[in-house]
Ligand binder design. Structure first.
Ligand code: AGP
Length: 607
């Protein structure tokens, strides 16, 4: 996600825009830019890197003068971070800033090239600017409406037309945008923090409503240019709280962003109901050639790989080995360049051990596929193929939404590979894709367990040690639940394959050792019931995460978190939510620094 701001008033726009962008850097920070209009001329300044690079550029080259402008801080999705890919984008007639993903930008770009247009950047955004030029009728609202009819995907747009130097336009679909109302000045912004310094009054722009901002006031119109009456809201948050969207911590905000992150990551890659990565490098022929797969990552990303292993082996029936990067890189792995694939998973794309593992695999001539959340990161640049996750910036050190989109990408990859290798039929492929696309709203429903998770956290918060147990996919998920708890609450925790308890670790079970049991796999439920009974008879307090309809298992303990029913294959995407929430609320109750846990960093760029 990116941050956009816009201003029209009596102040110099550049200062207001930079102030606003500073408050939106949490939404994306790989490049920034502003466009300011004066006397029918739009001056654009943009720079790769943090906002301070833009400010330094303006100090060096001069600050664009004018009292109307738009600004943008970028989280790259299409086109690596660079000056030319930075926003704003425009041409002689129109300049825009955009937050969102245009899913059909390739087709639209090809159409515009065929009509004689040339493009400077790799972005999807530039296509919108070209379309606004192409469809320009002399009436901005009419022009905007015509262009919106051609777009698929999400957008929040700030738009300047050279022919209308006293007016700022804005429109949104799926991406957030507010319209700030001041005294003789008006604003647009992706989020409230950007305008709080100037006004607390704002309109919430709804889907496909067009905002027309002048110094004297704001009008909101529909696509037929008919005025819409809107409720004016007043922000009560302070600036710091507003950057977290009103949540007390970035981690909780990011847990709740998971439905949108999943939708942003999945929907562009399921076309007409079938998996479509749209990348040439991983052709079907290359995919068919893989007979063995390694998944290499660290921490939470490795746990996503564990789910990926189960998914790929179940659907594709090729062996998958998961390894932590710090081990993989030093154990001289047995790799075959003929038919091995190494999948590298990393949120930051900069983890030193993971990058080293990627380079090792490439040195051995093995095809590498990176699943990364940061566009243009080292791992993304060096891998043979990249599948970006589009979770937006993850600020909290403890990874939540990035894990979920990594797991979702693993599922989609498994489905795609199985279809290409014909281990599942087209009908099965379509059915699995349909079920996967239902997951975001099931995650939304699972978030409703938050109050229960908070209550149960209060019952477990004083534990010194906690076991997580599960079988199959639930064991893979338990690893992640355990890491979340220990890294932010500082409670020692371990995850165990439930069937392994009797081989030693059950000796640790007493009434002082609570157990969190994840039991969502129908085929393994009876075994899990036995394992849960084993620990209960030895005094353990058990918190159970299961599917709502599994009532017989729910009678085993008083602490039950139920997730919505879904295909067992996909339950990790739902069951992880209560584990994240449980860890979060436990850490809050213990007074820990949830977003910045001791000793940790968001990206471990050293060995
Ligand atoms: C996640 O909660 C941890 N902070 C950590 O394990 C993280 O997943 C690991 O360092 C890998 O980071 P990456 O995904 O950016 O490579």
């Amino acid at each position: 996600m990116c941050g956009i701001v816009g201003y029209i008033g009596t102040k110099q726009a550049s200062r207001v825009l930079v102030d606003g962008l500073q408050k939106l850097e949490y939404r994306g920070y790989d490049s920034a830019g502003i466009a300011v209009m004066e006397d029918h001329k739009i001056n654009v300044v943009k720079a790769k890197g943090r906002l301070k690079n833009l400010e330094q550029k303006m100090e060096h080259n001069g600050v664009p003068a004018g009292t109307i402008g738009i600004g943008h801080t970028r989280w790259a999705t299409h086109g690596e971070p660079s000056d030319i890919n930075s926003h704003p984008h425009g041409n002689e007639r129109v300049t825009i800033v955009h937050n969102g993903i245009i899913e059909n930008y390739v087709q639209l770009k090809e159409k515009m090239i065929a009509k004689g247009y040339t493009f400077l950047s790799e972005t999807d955004t530039e296509v919108i600017a070209v379309l606004l030029d192409y469809y320009y009728t002399g009436n901005p609202v009419e022009t905007i409406t015509r262009v919106l009819d051609t777009l698929k995907g999400s957008y929040a747009l700030g738009i300047l037309f050279v022919d209308f130097p006293e007016t700022l336009y804005a429109v949104r679909k799926d991406s957030p945008l507010i319209v700030g109302v001041g005294d003789g000045e008006n604003f647009i912004a992706s989020d409230i923090p950007a305008i709080l310094k100037y006004t607390r009054n704002y309109y919430l722009l709804e889907e496909n409503e067009i905002a027309v901002l002048e110094r004297t006031g704001v009008s909101i119109v529909d696509r037929e240019n008919e005025p819409i009456s809107k409720e004016l809201f007043t922000a009560t948050w302070d600036i710091e709280a507003a950057e977290k969207g009103g949540y007390p911590h970035f981690m909780l905000k990011e847990i709740h962003e998971q439905p949108k992150a999943l939708l942003s990551t999945l929907s562009p890659r399921i076309v007409d109901g079938m998996p479509d990565f749209g990348i040439k490098v991983l052709s079907d022929d290359i995919l068919k050639s893989f007979q063995r797969i390694y998944i290499v990552a660290c921490g939470t990303a490795m746990h996503a790989g564990m789910v990926g292993k189960a998914a790929i082996e179940q659907l594709v029936r090729v062996p998958v080995e998961v390894d932590v990067a710090s081990e993989f890189r030093y154990r001289n792995p047995i790799l075959s360049k003929e038919n091995d694939l190494v999948i590298i998973i990393s949120q930051s794309g900069e983890t030193a051990d993971t990058l080293a593992a990627l380079r090792l695999a490439k040195d051995k001539g093995v095809h590498t596929l990176a699943i990364v959340n940061v566009v243009g990161s080292s791992i993304a640049r060096e891998a043979n193929s990249v599948l970006y996750t589009w979770a937006g910036p993850e600020i909290a050190v403890a990874s939540t939404k990035a894990y979920s989109v990594q797991v979702a990408m693993m599922y989609l990859f498994a489905i795609k590979l199985a279809y290409v290798k014909e281990t599942i039929s087209a009908e099965q492929t379509r059915a699995l894709c349909a079920e996967l696309m239902e997951i975001p709203q099931l995650v939304e429903r699972t978030l409703e367990t938050a109050d229960n998770c908070q209550f149960f956290a209060s019952k477990f918060q004083n534990a010194h040690d906690i076991f997580f147990i599960g079988r199959g996919l639930d064991y893979a998920l338990s690893l992640e639940g355990s890491l979340k708890l220990k890294e932010i609450s500082y409670i020692h925790s371990d995850a165990h394959a439930a069937g392994e308890l009797k081989h030693g670790t059950i000796s640790l079970i007493t009434e002082d050792m609570p157990v969190i049991a994840v039991a969502t796999q129908t085929a393994l439920l009876e075994k899990m019931v036995s394992n849960i009974k084993e620990v209960i008879t030895r005094g353990a307090k058990v918190l159970l995460v299961c599917k709502a309809e599994k009532e017989k298992i729910c009678d085993l303990t008083d602490f039950v978190i139920e997730i919505p029913a879904c295909n067992d294959f996909f339950t990790p995407l739902l069951a992880v939510v209560p584990l994240q929430l449980f860890a979060y609320y436990t850490a809050v109750l213990r007074g820990c620094d949830v977003d910045k846990p001791r000793n940790l960093a968001k990206s471990v760029t050293v060995e």
